[in-house]
Design a protein around this ligand. Sequence first.
Ligand code: NDP
Length: 263
Amino acid sequence: MDLGLANTCAVVTGGTSGIGLAAARILIEEGARVAICGRDADRLAAAKAKLDTVKPGAVLAERCDVLDGGDVNAFADKVKGWSGGKLDLLVNNAGQGRVSKFADTTDAQWREELDLKFFSQILPLRAFKPLLDAAPAPAIVAVNSLLSLQPEPHMVCTSAARAGVQNLLKSLATEFAPRIRVNTILLGLVDSGQWQRRFEARADKSLTREEWFTALARDKHIPLQRLGAPDEPARAIVFLGSPAASYITGASLEVSGGVSRFI
Ligand code: NDP
Protein backbone atom coordinates (compact mmCIF):
# COMPACT_ATOMS: atom_id res chain seq x y z
CA MET A 1 0.00 0.00 0.00
CA ASP A 2 1.31 3.44 -0.92
CA LEU A 3 0.79 5.77 2.04
CA GLY A 4 1.04 8.80 -0.25
CA LEU A 5 3.67 10.56 1.85
CA ALA A 6 6.26 11.22 -0.88
CA ASN A 7 7.23 14.89 -1.05
CA THR A 8 5.18 15.82 2.02
CA CYS A 9 6.39 17.80 5.05
CA ALA A 10 5.77 16.73 8.64
CA VAL A 11 6.50 18.10 12.11
CA VAL A 12 7.09 15.70 14.98
CA THR A 13 7.32 17.37 18.39
CA GLY A 14 9.58 15.47 20.78
CA GLY A 15 11.23 13.79 17.82
CA THR A 16 14.58 13.22 19.51
CA SER A 17 13.82 9.97 21.29
CA GLY A 18 11.52 6.96 21.54
CA ILE A 19 8.25 7.06 19.61
CA GLY A 20 8.80 10.51 18.06
CA LEU A 21 12.23 9.59 16.69
CA ALA A 22 10.85 6.32 15.28
CA ALA A 23 7.94 8.18 13.64
CA ALA A 24 10.34 10.72 12.11
CA ARG A 25 12.51 7.91 10.71
CA ILE A 26 9.54 6.05 9.17
CA LEU A 27 8.14 9.26 7.69
CA ILE A 28 11.51 9.92 6.01
CA GLU A 29 11.63 6.32 4.75
CA GLU A 30 8.19 6.96 3.22
CA GLY A 31 9.50 9.99 1.32
CA ALA A 32 8.52 12.85 3.67
CA ARG A 33 10.73 15.63 4.98
CA VAL A 34 10.46 15.97 8.74
CA ALA A 35 11.05 18.77 11.26
CA ILE A 36 11.70 17.56 14.80
CA CYS A 37 12.10 19.43 18.07
CA GLY A 38 13.13 18.79 21.65
CA ARG A 39 14.55 20.75 24.60
CA ASP A 40 17.96 19.13 24.90
CA ALA A 41 20.53 20.27 22.30
CA ASP A 42 22.69 17.12 22.56
CA ARG A 43 19.75 14.75 22.10
CA LEU A 44 18.60 16.91 19.19
CA ALA A 45 22.00 16.73 17.46
CA ALA A 46 22.19 12.95 18.01
CA ALA A 47 18.70 12.45 16.55
CA LYS A 48 19.51 14.64 13.55
CA ALA A 49 22.69 12.64 12.89
CA LYS A 50 20.68 9.37 12.99
CA LEU A 51 17.97 10.70 10.66
CA ASP A 52 20.56 12.13 8.25
CA THR A 53 21.79 8.56 7.68
CA VAL A 54 18.29 7.58 6.49
CA LYS A 55 18.18 10.38 3.90
CA PRO A 56 20.60 13.30 4.04
CA GLY A 57 18.89 16.68 4.14
CA ALA A 58 15.43 15.32 4.94
CA VAL A 59 15.36 16.55 8.54
CA LEU A 60 15.17 19.96 10.19
CA ALA A 61 16.05 19.79 13.90
CA GLU A 62 15.23 22.78 16.11
CA ARG A 63 15.52 23.29 19.85
CA CYS A 64 12.03 24.11 21.13
CA ASP A 65 10.16 23.63 24.39
CA VAL A 66 6.55 23.02 23.32
CA LEU A 67 5.35 24.73 26.52
CA ASP A 68 7.06 27.99 25.56
CA GLY A 69 4.94 30.03 23.14
CA GLY A 70 7.95 32.00 21.87
CA ASP A 71 9.87 28.78 21.13
CA VAL A 72 6.91 27.22 19.35
CA ASN A 73 6.27 30.29 17.19
CA ALA A 74 9.97 30.49 16.27
CA PHE A 75 9.92 26.77 15.37
CA ALA A 76 6.85 27.32 13.19
CA ASP A 77 8.57 30.24 11.43
CA LYS A 78 11.61 28.06 10.66
CA VAL A 79 9.35 25.29 9.35
CA LYS A 80 7.47 27.78 7.19
CA GLY A 81 10.66 28.80 5.36
CA TRP A 82 11.93 25.22 5.14
CA SER A 83 8.69 23.65 3.86
CA GLY A 84 7.65 26.35 1.40
CA GLY A 85 4.81 27.64 3.56
CA LYS A 86 2.73 24.49 4.09
CA LEU A 87 2.61 21.53 6.44
CA ASP A 88 1.02 18.17 5.58
CA LEU A 89 1.25 16.51 9.00
CA LEU A 90 1.63 17.66 12.61
CA VAL A 91 2.44 14.94 15.15
CA ASN A 92 1.97 16.23 18.70
CA ASN A 93 4.09 13.73 20.60
CA ALA A 94 6.31 15.65 23.07
CA GLY A 95 5.78 14.92 26.74
CA GLN A 96 6.10 12.49 29.60
CA GLY A 97 3.95 10.96 32.34
CA ARG A 98 3.83 11.65 36.08
CA VAL A 99 3.64 8.83 38.62
CA SER A 100 1.71 10.00 41.69
CA LYS A 101 -1.46 9.28 43.64
CA PHE A 102 -3.98 11.95 44.67
CA ALA A 103 -2.66 11.94 48.25
CA ASP A 104 0.86 12.87 47.21
CA THR A 105 0.18 15.24 44.29
CA THR A 106 0.50 18.91 45.18
CA ASP A 107 -1.52 21.69 43.57
CA ALA A 108 1.62 22.87 41.80
CA GLN A 109 2.15 19.37 40.37
CA TRP A 110 -1.47 19.23 39.18
CA ARG A 111 -1.02 22.58 37.44
CA GLU A 112 2.27 21.47 35.89
CA GLU A 113 0.72 18.26 34.54
CA LEU A 114 -2.41 19.96 33.18
CA ASP A 115 -0.18 22.58 31.59
CA LEU A 116 2.04 19.95 29.98
CA LYS A 117 -0.72 17.80 28.58
CA PHE A 118 -2.93 20.63 27.29
CA PHE A 119 -0.40 23.18 26.12
CA SER A 120 1.85 20.62 24.40
CA GLN A 121 -1.21 20.27 22.12
CA ILE A 122 -2.59 23.82 22.12
CA LEU A 123 0.58 25.79 21.35
CA PRO A 124 1.75 23.68 18.36
CA LEU A 125 -1.83 23.42 17.07
CA ARG A 126 -2.19 27.20 17.05
CA ALA A 127 1.28 27.91 15.64
CA PHE A 128 1.11 25.32 12.83
CA LYS A 129 -2.57 25.71 11.87
CA PRO A 130 -1.89 28.32 9.13
CA LEU A 131 0.69 25.99 7.55
CA LEU A 132 -1.69 23.03 7.77
CA ASP A 133 -4.42 25.15 6.18
CA ALA A 134 -2.11 25.75 3.22
CA ALA A 135 -1.54 22.01 2.53
CA PRO A 136 -3.75 20.00 0.16
CA ALA A 137 -4.75 17.18 2.57
CA PRO A 138 -3.43 18.00 6.04
CA ALA A 139 -3.59 15.85 9.16
CA ILE A 140 -2.87 16.02 12.88
CA VAL A 141 -2.00 12.99 14.99
CA ALA A 142 -1.82 13.37 18.76
CA VAL A 143 0.03 10.83 20.88
CA ASN A 144 -2.19 10.14 23.85
CA SER A 145 -2.51 7.35 26.37
CA LEU A 146 -4.94 4.59 27.22
CA LEU A 147 -4.97 6.24 30.65
CA SER A 148 -7.42 8.74 29.13
CA LEU A 149 -10.09 6.01 29.02
CA GLN A 150 -8.77 3.56 31.61
CA PRO A 151 -7.29 5.63 34.46
CA GLU A 152 -4.65 4.34 36.86
CA PRO A 153 -4.80 5.64 40.45
CA HIS A 154 -0.98 5.69 40.65
CA MET A 155 -0.92 8.14 37.69
CA VAL A 156 -3.90 10.19 38.79
CA CYS A 157 -3.12 13.58 37.28
CA THR A 158 -1.69 12.18 34.04
CA SER A 159 -4.85 10.08 33.60
CA ALA A 160 -7.17 13.03 34.23
CA ALA A 161 -5.21 15.34 31.95
CA ARG A 162 -5.05 12.72 29.20
CA ALA A 163 -8.86 12.38 29.34
CA GLY A 164 -9.25 16.12 28.84
CA VAL A 165 -6.87 16.08 25.89
CA GLN A 166 -8.82 13.25 24.30
CA ASN A 167 -11.97 15.36 24.64
CA LEU A 168 -10.25 18.43 23.15
CA LEU A 169 -9.05 16.51 20.11
CA LYS A 170 -12.49 15.07 19.46
CA SER A 171 -13.83 18.65 19.32
CA LEU A 172 -11.04 19.70 16.97
CA ALA A 173 -11.80 16.81 14.60
CA THR A 174 -15.17 18.48 14.06
CA GLU A 175 -14.02 22.11 14.15
CA PHE A 176 -11.18 21.51 11.67
CA ALA A 177 -13.24 19.29 9.31
CA PRO A 178 -13.40 18.94 6.39
CA ARG A 179 -9.97 20.51 5.81
CA ILE A 180 -7.81 18.86 8.49
CA ARG A 181 -8.13 15.32 9.83
CA VAL A 182 -7.45 14.91 13.57
CA ASN A 183 -6.77 11.51 15.14
CA THR A 184 -5.14 10.14 18.27
CA ILE A 185 -3.27 7.04 19.24
CA LEU A 186 -3.81 5.60 22.69
CA LEU A 187 -0.65 4.04 24.02
CA GLY A 188 -0.28 1.31 26.57
CA LEU A 189 3.32 0.70 27.67
CA VAL A 190 6.07 1.35 25.15
CA ASP A 191 9.76 0.69 25.82
CA SER A 192 11.18 4.16 25.25
CA GLY A 193 12.88 6.99 27.13
CA GLN A 194 10.47 7.21 30.05
CA TRP A 195 10.50 3.46 30.82
CA GLN A 196 14.29 3.38 30.43
CA ARG A 197 14.47 6.13 33.08
CA ARG A 198 12.14 4.15 35.39
CA PHE A 199 14.26 1.01 34.82
CA GLU A 200 17.42 2.93 35.75
CA ALA A 201 15.69 4.13 38.96
CA ARG A 202 14.48 0.57 39.86
CA ALA A 203 14.60 -0.45 43.51
CA ASP A 204 16.08 -3.92 42.91
CA LYS A 205 19.31 -3.31 40.97
CA SER A 206 19.95 -7.07 40.68
CA LEU A 207 17.25 -7.35 37.99
CA THR A 208 18.53 -7.26 34.42
CA ARG A 209 16.80 -5.06 31.87
CA GLU A 210 15.08 -8.07 30.30
CA GLU A 211 13.95 -9.43 33.69
CA TRP A 212 12.61 -6.03 34.77
CA PHE A 213 10.66 -5.46 31.55
CA THR A 214 9.30 -9.04 31.51
CA ALA A 215 8.07 -8.63 35.10
CA LEU A 216 6.52 -5.27 34.20
CA ALA A 217 4.57 -6.77 31.29
CA ARG A 218 3.38 -9.60 33.55
CA ASP A 219 2.34 -7.22 36.37
CA LYS A 220 0.42 -5.04 33.89
CA HIS A 221 -1.38 -8.10 32.41
CA ILE A 222 -0.44 -7.22 28.84
CA PRO A 223 -1.96 -9.98 26.65
CA LEU A 224 0.93 -9.78 24.14
CA GLN A 225 3.27 -10.29 27.17
CA ARG A 226 5.73 -7.49 26.39
CA LEU A 227 6.01 -3.74 26.10
CA GLY A 228 5.70 -2.22 22.64
CA ALA A 229 8.76 -1.12 20.68
CA PRO A 230 8.80 2.55 19.56
CA ASP A 231 8.38 1.51 15.92
CA GLU A 232 5.02 -0.12 16.68
CA PRO A 233 3.10 3.03 17.70
CA ALA A 234 5.20 5.00 15.20
CA ARG A 235 3.79 2.95 12.33
CA ALA A 236 0.26 3.68 13.60
CA ILE A 237 1.06 7.41 13.76
CA VAL A 238 2.41 7.40 10.22
CA PHE A 239 -0.63 5.55 8.87
CA LEU A 240 -3.17 7.83 10.58
CA GLY A 241 -1.23 10.89 9.42
CA SER A 242 -0.97 9.74 5.83
CA PRO A 243 -3.31 10.28 2.87
CA ALA A 244 -3.94 6.50 3.03
CA ALA A 245 -6.15 7.25 6.07
CA SER A 246 -8.13 9.86 4.12
CA TYR A 247 -11.58 8.93 5.54
CA ILE A 248 -10.44 8.63 9.16
CA THR A 249 -10.94 11.58 11.49
CA GLY A 250 -11.95 11.88 15.14
CA ALA A 251 -10.69 8.34 15.69
CA SER A 252 -8.49 6.81 18.39
CA LEU A 253 -6.31 3.83 17.69
CA GLU A 254 -5.22 1.78 20.69
CA VAL A 255 -1.62 0.54 20.48
CA SER A 256 -1.22 -1.34 23.72
CA GLY A 257 -0.65 -5.05 23.20
CA GLY A 258 -4.30 -5.56 24.12
CA VAL A 259 -4.19 -4.13 27.65
CA SER A 260 -7.56 -2.32 27.63
CA ARG A 261 -10.39 -3.92 29.61
CA PHE A 262 -13.30 -2.21 27.88
CA ILE A 263 -15.14 -2.95 24.61
P1 NDP B 1 10.70 9.66 25.35
O1 NDP B 1 11.09 10.18 26.69
O2 NDP B 1 11.60 8.66 24.68
O3 NDP B 1 10.48 10.86 24.33
C1 NDP B 1 9.88 12.07 24.72
C2 NDP B 1 10.28 13.14 23.71
O4 NDP B 1 9.59 14.34 24.01
C3 NDP B 1 11.76 13.48 23.72
O5 NDP B 1 12.18 13.78 22.40
C4 NDP B 1 11.81 14.72 24.61
O6 NDP B 1 12.99 15.47 24.34
C5 NDP B 1 10.54 15.41 24.15
N1 NDP B 1 9.97 16.38 25.08
C6 NDP B 1 9.51 16.18 26.34
N2 NDP B 1 9.04 17.32 26.85
C7 NDP B 1 9.19 18.27 25.89
C8 NDP B 1 8.88 19.64 25.81
N3 NDP B 1 8.33 20.32 26.83
N4 NDP B 1 9.18 20.29 24.66
C9 NDP B 1 9.73 19.65 23.60
N5 NDP B 1 10.04 18.34 23.63
C10 NDP B 1 9.78 17.68 24.76
O7 NDP B 1 9.27 9.03 25.58
P2 NDP B 1 8.18 8.38 24.61
O8 NDP B 1 8.69 8.23 23.22
O9 NDP B 1 7.61 7.22 25.29
O10 NDP B 1 7.07 9.53 24.67
C11 NDP B 1 6.34 10.02 23.56
C12 NDP B 1 4.98 10.43 24.02
O11 NDP B 1 4.22 9.26 24.35
C13 NDP B 1 4.97 11.31 25.27
O12 NDP B 1 3.99 12.32 25.15
C14 NDP B 1 4.58 10.33 26.36
O13 NDP B 1 4.00 10.95 27.49
C15 NDP B 1 3.59 9.45 25.60
N6 NDP B 1 3.31 8.18 26.24
C16 NDP B 1 4.29 7.22 26.33
C17 NDP B 1 4.02 5.99 26.92
C18 NDP B 1 5.06 4.92 27.03
O14 NDP B 1 4.79 3.85 27.61
N7 NDP B 1 6.28 5.13 26.51
C19 NDP B 1 2.69 5.69 27.45
C20 NDP B 1 1.73 6.76 27.28
C21 NDP B 1 2.04 7.95 26.69
P3 NDP B 1 13.65 16.47 25.43
O15 NDP B 1 13.55 15.77 26.77
O16 NDP B 1 15.04 16.69 24.96
O17 NDP B 1 12.84 17.72 25.38
